[in-house]
Ligand binder design. Sequence first.
Ligand code: FAD
Ligand code: A2P
Length: 411
Amino acid sequence: MNAPLPADMLKQHLIDPEICIRCNTCEETCPVDAITHDGRNYVVDPAICNSCMACIPPCPTGSIDNWRLMLREEAYSLEDQFGWDELPREKKPPAEYQADPPPLQVPQHDAVPEVQAPASTASGSMVPPWSAAHPYVNLYAPKAPVAATVVGNYRVTDADMGSDVHHIVLDFGSLFFPVLEGQSLGILPPGVDAHGRAHFARQYSIASPRDGERPGYNNLSLTVKRVTEDYDGKPYAGVCSNYLCDLAKGDTVQVIGPFGSSFLMPNHARANLLMICTGTGSAPMRAMTEHCRRRIAQDVNGKLMLFFGARTRRELPYFGPLMKLPENFIDINLALSREPDQPKRYVQDAMRERAVDVAALLADENTYIYVCGLKGMEAGVLQALRDVAGAGWDALHAQLRAQGRLHVETY
Ligand code: FAD
Ligand code: A2P
């Protein structure tokens, strides 16, 4: 056990800016709102953080797990942390804390949980399905990325439409980069930002199954939307998405990861998948669906039901290949919001229309639910699940989260 700290000492919680991929998971998870960010760094407010450890398990990179033992009055301020490109060196604790009694322990991963790590975030699980295969994570960090070669890059939305989404295939040659459906990776865009600092990595879901975009090959695919405006609609060219969408065959990219140890598919026979996505949130659904499609002959799949939201049919990534999947393999429900002459429809509207079938899946203990795409959809989808499930939703929701049966990844 750690000795209690003297009142003037602090185990300051810090985030390593060199490893952090700015995925926002820690800020979303923190129960006391101690974590915040600016355009560059995620930081922890020493005046608020109570070392509850809730943010530690969900962090994909481990950048969250940094601690400094120091005098409380010398704690790094938010302004200090916003200015960092790397963590400062550890300061030596004052002499009176170095002698007898033994030096105070800075917390280690397994040494401190002062509270139990939660099995879920507010809406989804932080544990994988019980039968999920064990994932590899964090094999490559920003200081030692792996190089992958672009072997394919083509647009999967119609050329004359506003949404420019690309299917990008990366080959790892003989370098080890094992993935499972639902995992993601980080891309390090070349060059520097306005302050002359190297760009931080951006995270992308993997769109291909574990045995490769091409079965048996050491390659994988991504589904990347070119960012051409900011969230207020002002023209803005996203750094990494434009870099990726403009890559040519033969180019190399710097990759980190893989990331993700809970948004994984069940491995046991007859598990049902209820998949709800918008736009590029279709990437992990493509990976899972394709894994199931490749094993149709084994007759082990459960029911697959997909709700997929996009502006129009022509802006729905992978529309053509999706429509070719057999009806008895996957139950596909499109929700199009800007299709001319049609009322606006969101995935949650489509779910309510199929309430009887969604309710049947929810009632089945073998059903695993995946939600991925726009942050804005999360509340609406959860409300739709609540409406479909009826009075028992709160208990069912808690059970789904605890059992690794409800996974939410929005950005
Ligand atoms: P930046 O230069 O970083 O600029 C970001 C700014 O662009 C934002 O502040 C905002 O104003 C604006 N913006 C507009 N649209 C978006 C958007 N969709 N996402 C982020 N910022 C936007 N993206 C994919 O295309 N495919 C994926 O499969 C995918 N998976 C993700 C999985 C996770 C877990 C997370 C956290 C994010 C994922 N993203 C995915 C988003 C991706 O990581 C980048 O944030 C996105 O590509 C924008 O990066 P950028 O460098 O082009 O833009
Ligand atoms: P909208 O036409 O209102 O933008 P995008 O193309 O921006 O990635 O969005 C994918 C789809 O998600 C679009 O149809 C978009 O509709 C829809 N969408 C936007 N906000 C929400 C929301 N709050 N809930 C569900 N779907 C949404």
